[in-house]
Design a protein around this ligand. Structure first.
Ligand SMILES: NC(=O)C1=CN([C@@H]2O[C@H](COP(=O)(O)OP(=O)(O)OC[C@H]3O[C@@H](n4cnc5c(N)ncnc54)[C@H](O)[C@@H]3O)[C@@H](O)[C@H]2O)C=CC1
Ligand SMILES: O=C(O)CCC(=O)C(=O)O
Length: 416
């Protein structure tokens, strides 16, 4: 088992939003026993109170880690988003404190793609309304507005991991696939990239959104864009609630401009299963409303639990930051019997030479040194033969522009 400077039973891990048990098991197997595992997110005040003594936090899409929360998180070492999206985390605030953020970029992509494909078929056949009527004792047997998927055009906005997977599944069913992305991407199968969102909206029978929440996608589908869609078109959004102006979508459905929609994500979502879900889409026929469960399959959640907990454990045990979404990426070999120090600092000239001057003045011989920077932060990992003494550590912490210093593998038993 890898050594860390801090007794693992003292490293506090807080897992929110029902992160899968696979993550808990992984932490336990790695020797981390101080785990609090809660089924929901926490409101800001409770979170601020709780996070003060937490070293690692695991969240999903609901928990907001903003500047105020980070300001209270004095001991926080790293954040794990047990999902794809990281828009709920102020990545800059984390970076400024030397806190890497990890996510699971692939594990739930298949689940989202499968759900969207199923919804496209259901909506093309008007199933939500027919199903609702049957539950009420009605019998809506009719082929009106019902279509096969075969030969229809699916327009995918955002051709990343989910969009591209959806493209393959949809083609196998007989859809013609068009996609729009800000990046030039090679289409899977016969899928064709179009030059503009407007072109995609005008040509597709079903439009599905798979973009991240970034400034360029915020409210990208509103009245104007919906008006470009084919009469009787269908819109699916399983990306983020900030992408579609929901009132304007409701108006287009009520006016009969669109004949169906499936929406999994909303501008405002309930904090947990006991809070009422409020939306202008409630009660509209041929609209599938799901509670942000695009990625909620047991398979995806188990894999995400394993993937993200492993990233946190690896960072805790040896400082590796590979695949972090906000941090310089350093892949580190284990260096048995060495003493490892992590120094995180503003990325300005001269910090590394200052660190090395301190080491030299304290008669510390470097046996390995790894530096990576991004535009804001420098991350250097230094392995040495003998334990770092308190004097050297103190001097390293006082190097100008230092954000954070952590010691791994050391007899000094340094506590964060
Ligand atoms: N409903 C759910 O439960 C889930 C929702 N998601 C959401 O789906 C989003 C997409 O996931 P992935 O495909 O894995 O992400 P990805 O990062 O692999 O792909 C996103 C694509 O969108 C493109 N893009 C960015 N800005 C754009 C713009 N303005 N116009 C057109 N294209 C743009 C990017 O170039 C990229 O190809 C995530 O960011 C997340 O918010 C992800 C998983 C589950
Ligand atoms: O499963 C979740 O809580 C969030 C899924 C999601 O939206 C994501 O992975 O980005």
């Amino acid at each position: 088992m890898a050594k860390t400077s801090l007794d693992k039973s003292k490293i506090k891990i807080l897992l929110l939003e029902g992160v899968h048990q696979s993550a808990v098991d992984n932490f336990l197997n790695a020797g981390y026993t101080n785990i609090e595992h809660l089924p929901t997110s926490l409101d800001e005040a409770t979170l601020i109170d709780k996070i003060r003594d937490v070293h690692f936090i695991g969240i999903r899409s609901r928990t907001q880690l903003n500047e105020r929360v980070f300001a209270a998180a004095e001991k926080l070492v790293a954040v794990g988003c047990f999902c794809i999206g990281t828009n709920q985390v102020d990545l800059g605030a984390a970076l400024a404190r030397g806190i890497p953020v990890f996510n699971a970029p692939y594990s739930n992509t298949r689940s989202v793609a499968e759900l969207v494909l199923a919804e496209a078929i259901m909506l093309l056949r008007g199933i939500p309304e027919k199903n609702a009527r049957a539950h009420q004792g009605g019998w809506l047997k009719s082929a009106k507005h019902s279509h096969e998927a075969r030969g229809k055009t699916l327009g995918i906005v955002g051709y990343g991991n989910i969009g591209a997977q959806l493209s393959v599944l949809a083609e196998s069913l007989g859809f013609n696939v068009l996609y729009y992305d800000v990046v030039a991407k090679l289409g899977m199968g016969n899928a064709t990239q179009v030059a503009s969102l407007e072109e995609l909206l005008a040509r597709a029978d079903v439009v599905s959104l798979h973009v991240p929440d970034v400034p360029s996608t915020r409210w990208m589908i509103g009245k104007e864009q919906l008006a470009l869609m084919k009469q009787g078109g269908i819109l699916i959004n399983a990306s983020r609630g900030s992408v579609v102006v929901i009132e304007e979508l409701a108006a287009a459905l009520e006016a009969g401009r669109l004949l169906g929609a499936a929406i999994d994500v909303f501008p405002v979502e309930p904090k947990g299963n006991s809070e009422e879900f409020v939306s202008p889409l409630r009660g509209l026929p041929n609209v599938i409303l799901t509670p942000h469960i695009g990625g909620s399959t047991l398979e995806a959640q188990e894999n995400i639990g394993i993937e993200v907990s492993e990233k946190l454990i690896t960072y805790s045990d040896n400082g590796t930051t590979v695949t972090s979404v906000n941090f310089p990426e350093v892949a580190l070999p284990a260096h048995p019997d060495k003493h490892r120090l992590l120094h995180i600092h503003d990325n300005v000239p001269g910090v590394l030479s200052e660190i090395n001057r301190v080491l030299s003045e304290n008669d510390i011989n470097i046996s390995g040194q790894y530096l990576q920077t991004n535009e804001k932060v420098g991350y250097v990992v230094i392995d040495v033969d003998k334990a770092y003494g308190p004097k050297a550590l103190d001097a390293l912490r006082h190097v100008e522009h230092t954000l954070r210093v952590r010691v791994l593998y050391s007899e000094t038993n340094y506590h964060e």
